[in-house]
Design a protein around this ligand. Structure first.
Ligand SMILES: [Zn+2]
Length: 265
């Protein structure tokens, strides 16, 4: 196997996968992760024309860049022990229409086109967010089965208003994509659209997509949302109908921290 040396990123994969597994959020081979690398990175090999694989949609903002992506069938609990065998390095051609394998794991997640489409949108709209993680936390999936929790606004207002710092960390709220075929390009494209405004997107009946400057940063946001959902389920289990903090109080918190402009009520 061709070796690659992205120690910092491999550590990010390893520690994030460890915690995803420990928290029970990525069962079996569920979930996947990727990190985008800059074209200027001089250690990147050149993509040979013979190795070009056509992408289903062009990703012009990724032209010449590379992505580290978890392999198909890889398990978080194994990546958490030793990341390198499970991560592949892929380079996007200079025309943004093809990609090729460069090093590491040679069998990419079936979500590769979706990850590329999302990275393309992030590079355009929020270039500092270089990491994407997808996982299946039960408390978040369960929200999709609550009547009326089928849109971004309702979920954001009802869940992020149960803990005073949640909306502060996620002023824009949670994006939402209705049920789509797992691994489909359609799911990736709709997520890319939702991620222009949100750092987290809930996939109906499936799981969560999170972005951040690092995988650990994406995990932070996931934890904040999961904590609030946990408060929701504790209240429901106790037979209490959740009463939220109140819009005025939420706005007061966001104003105090200068984030009100990111809030949409
Ligand atoms: Zn999934």
């Amino acid at each position: 196997m061709t070796k690659f040396s992205y120690a910092e990123q491999l550590d990010d994969f390893k520690s994030t996968a460890y915690w995803l597994s420990k928290r029970g959020w990525s069962e079996a081979a569920g979930g996947n992760m990727s990190i985008r690398l800059d074209a200027q990175n001089t250690t990147l090999a050149k993509l040979h024309e013979d190795d070009h694989i056509k992408l289903p949609v062009a990703v012009p903002y990724l032209a010449g860049k590379a992505v580290l992506l978890t392999g198909s069938g890889t398990r978080a609990r194994e990546i958490g022990m030793n990341a390198e065998p499970h991560i592949g390095l892929y380079k996007i051609s200079d025309d943004g229409r093809h990609y090729g394998w460069i090093a590491g794991n040679h069998n990419p997640s079936m979500e590769l086109p979706a990850h590329f489409a999302i990275h393309n949108a992030l590079e355009q709209h929020r270039p500092e967010d270089k990491a994407i993680l997808h996982t299946h936390p039960a408390s978040l999936i369960a929200l999709c089965h609550v009547p009326g929790f089928d849109n971004s606004k309702t979920i954001s207002d009802k869940i992020l208003s149960l803990q005073s710092e949640a909306r502060l960390i996620l002023p824009e709220g949670i994006g939402f994509v209705e049920h789509e075929l797992p691994g489909s390009l359609e799911l990736g494209l709709k997520s890319a659209e939702a991620l222009v405004r949100h750092h987290l997107v809930l996939w109906q009946y499936h799981g969560l997509l999170a972005t951040g400057e690092t995988l650990a940063g994406a995990f932070d946001k996931l934890e904040v949302f999961e904590k609030s959902a946990g408060v929701y389920w504790k209240l429901r289990a106790a037979g209490i109908d959740p009463v939220d903090i109140g819009k005025a109080e939420i706005k007061e918190v966001l104003t105090a921290f200068g984030r009100l402009d990111r809030y949409s009520s």
